[in-house]
Structure formats: C-alpha cells, structure tokens
Design a protein around this ligand. Sequence first.
Ligand code: EPZ
Length: 421
Amino acid sequence: MEKILVRKSNPLKGHVKIDGAKNSALPIIAASLLGTEDIILEDVPDLADVKVILKVLEKLGSEIEYLDNETVKINSSKLNSYQTPAKLMAQMRASFLVMGPLLARLGRTETHMPGGCAIGTRPIDLHLKGFKALGAIILENTDYIGAKAEKGLIGQVIYLDFPSVGATQNIMMAATHAKGETIIENAAKEPEIVDLANFLNKMGADIKGAGTSSIRIKGVNKLYGCTHQIIPDRIEASTFMVAAAISKGDVYIDNIITSHIRPVIAKLREIGCTITEFENEDRVRVIGPDKPKGTKIKTLPYPGFPTDVQAQFMALMTICEGISKVEETVFENRFMHVDELLKMGALIVTEGKEARIAGVPSLKGANVRATDLRAGAALILAGLVAEGTTAINDIYHIDRGYNNIVGKLRNLGANIDRIED
Ligand code: EPZ
C-alpha cells in the first residue's frame, strides 16, 4: 500500500496553479450524455473520480478520447445503454449523476443504489422526488434503483427540502428535455451549479437562474456539441490557502475565481492571514501569521463556509491561540478526522455537530489514516507543522480529489514524500 510521509517543513513559499474543479467536471461529464455531437472539455482534472465517471460513460456507449492530459473529447451519439454498472457505482457515488441525463435522453435509467460514505448516509430522496415530479416512475429495492418515463418527462415546479448540490444537478439535467417549464425552488447555488448550467446552455439547453435558489429550465428537443472549460477547483484552492496559513508561509494561489472562495478568505483573515487579491480575480497571495488566532466556522450551503474545507480548517485551528469552534451543518458525520488529529496531540472535543478546539503550541507526528478525501488533505496540512514525521495511510481517498498534491506541496518547499509501504 502507498502512504504519504510528511515531516515538519519550512514555511511554504512560491506559486501553485489550481486544477479544474472535480465537483464541476463530474456533473458536466455526466451531462455530456445528453449531447449528440462532439463535446470538448478543457481543464478536466486528472483524478481517480474523473476516470471512474468517464469509464461509466464508455460502458453506456459514449466514445471518450483524451486530446491531452486535461482535455477530453466525448461523443455520446451512440449511447446504447441505460444501465450503470454496479461496480463503478460502488467505486464512486457521484456516478449517480448519470441518472438525470439517461432519463432525459432514453426515458430510462437503472443503477445500483449509491452507497453512503465516511461522511454520511448520503440519501438520494431529493433526486428521486425530482424525477417523480417530472413524471418518472421510480423502481427501487434495497440495492437497485431505476426510473422510467417512456412517454417523456413533463416540466413541474420542484421544491428541494435541502439545497442539495447533486439533486439540483440531476433534476436540471433531467429537465432539459422535459415538455414545458421546470422550476427548481430552494436550489443549490454553488459555482459548480452555474458551471453546469452554462455548459448545458452551450449545448442548446434553456436554463435561467443558476446560482440563485430558483432555477428555470425550459425543455428543448435536442442538445448538440460544444467546447467548455471547467472552472477552477475552489476546494483545492482553499486547501492550499490553508497550507500557506498553517505553515506561516507566503504562497500565490494561481488560476482561481476569487468570488468563489470569499468565506475562506474571510475566515483566514480572522485567523490573522494577510490575503492580497488581484484585480482580475484569478489569483490570491496568502501570508500566514506568526501567531494565528482561533476563530469559529459554521459550514453551510454556498455561499456559506464550504463543508469541503472544514477538515482542513480544523487542522489549522489546532495550532491557533485560544479556543476555536466548528459547526458542521451539511453532513451528519464529517468529524472523522478528529480522532486522527487527536493522535497528533491536538486538543479537540466534539458534541453532535459541534467541535471545540483548544490551540496547542505544536502537534507531533503520528501514524494516521485518511478517512475521506478532505480529512486526508487535513492530515497532510497538520503534518507540515507537526514535530517529526507523520505517516498518512489509505491515501487512495486523497487521490480521488487531488492531483499530485505531494508534488505541488514539494514545489512550495514542503518536506513530503509518497512511498510504497
Ligand atoms: C456534493 O455532494 C459534493 N460532491 C460534495 O463534495 C460536497 O461536500 C457536497 O456537494 C456539499 O457541498 C460532488 O459534487 C461530486 P448534497 P452531494 O446533495 O451532491 C443531504 C468532496 O469532498 N441530501 O448537497 O452529494 C445529504 O445527506 C465531496 O468533494 C439529502 O438529504 O451533496 C447531505 O447532508 C464530499 N437528500 C446534504 O444534503 C438528497 O437527496 C448535502 O448533500 C441529497 C442530499
């Protein structure tokens, strides 16, 4: 098994270029199933999860061609199946995002019930509520899930009890061919929703309001080819900003959209970071403070503080002066990194969805485990400042969402290696 070894490092310095967003690439690749001509996607991040969803599309009949290591050509004119392979669904639950496009294009979709994961049960009731509202019949048992609408879908007003990112995306994709108009109320407002809507509109869809809590989709008959550049990954960017902060470094984060990371900029400034923004909003400079001060964060749907940065921020809080607080309101079990940080000498107590962190002068290296994608990243950040060496196991979680995080951190001066155990 591979592991990552991180040793106490000097303050990180230099430039890091952020890749295309995983959580935008996945739904946009799924949406490519709706196209009947060539689709060219640029800035597709080289990640395990992206490879899985591309494999799903191939199994369904799409032709996939890598034009270079970040540009993918997809042609789904020969789509010939509506059954997503169970094995691939088990590998990555976001494969569930192909259901909406398949329902729209073929009137049928079948897959294996997507599993939960470390951070929560990850139900799909809101996705199914949307499909049902559009006129689909849902077929489900313990581990099988299907939907069919042989006579096509009919536009409806759909209220989401929670602004679910995936449900908003799946319903938006299903509604592109529905007769009439669909309105999604209490929709998610994440930048990845906007990127997906922009992509679908380039293909010939008619979607308005993405980025607000009310999205209107007018059904169209056909969707065509297009070229689209995936937006930068605001979560990868935030992870490197926290790396600069925790190591008292001075790092330029290049290829970002500043407005997508406002909550993280605000909270890092509260900790004492000096953050410089640049007028064309595509980079920030983060200087970490000598004595970071504790603060509190509460994760919320966008534009609130992103749940995907909670673990990384908690790692920073373990060495901030005073008491810090974290409230995780999006997922019910997203404190798996706490036990691992405790092994490194952090002082954290959790109660329900709240965690309280008392800053310590320093952490100590330990043998720890990545429990999920962002928790793994948090342990790397903690290892940068812990005395001695931190060995991180189960790093396949990290590969799902970070391309070459070891190389990027090493380029900033981190003392970090990836080794075969
Ligand atoms: C997306 O997951 C992201 N994944 C997650 O990123 C991210 O944490 C999450 O949005 C929230 O921002 C991708 O985009 C591939 P949700 P998703 O549906 O769509 C509840 C990462 O680290 N819910 O907004 O699954 C659910 O239980 C990953 O990159 C229902 O109750 O998130 C959760 O508590 C982790 N019923 C909350 O909504 C439903 O039908 C948020 O889930 C759907 C969701």
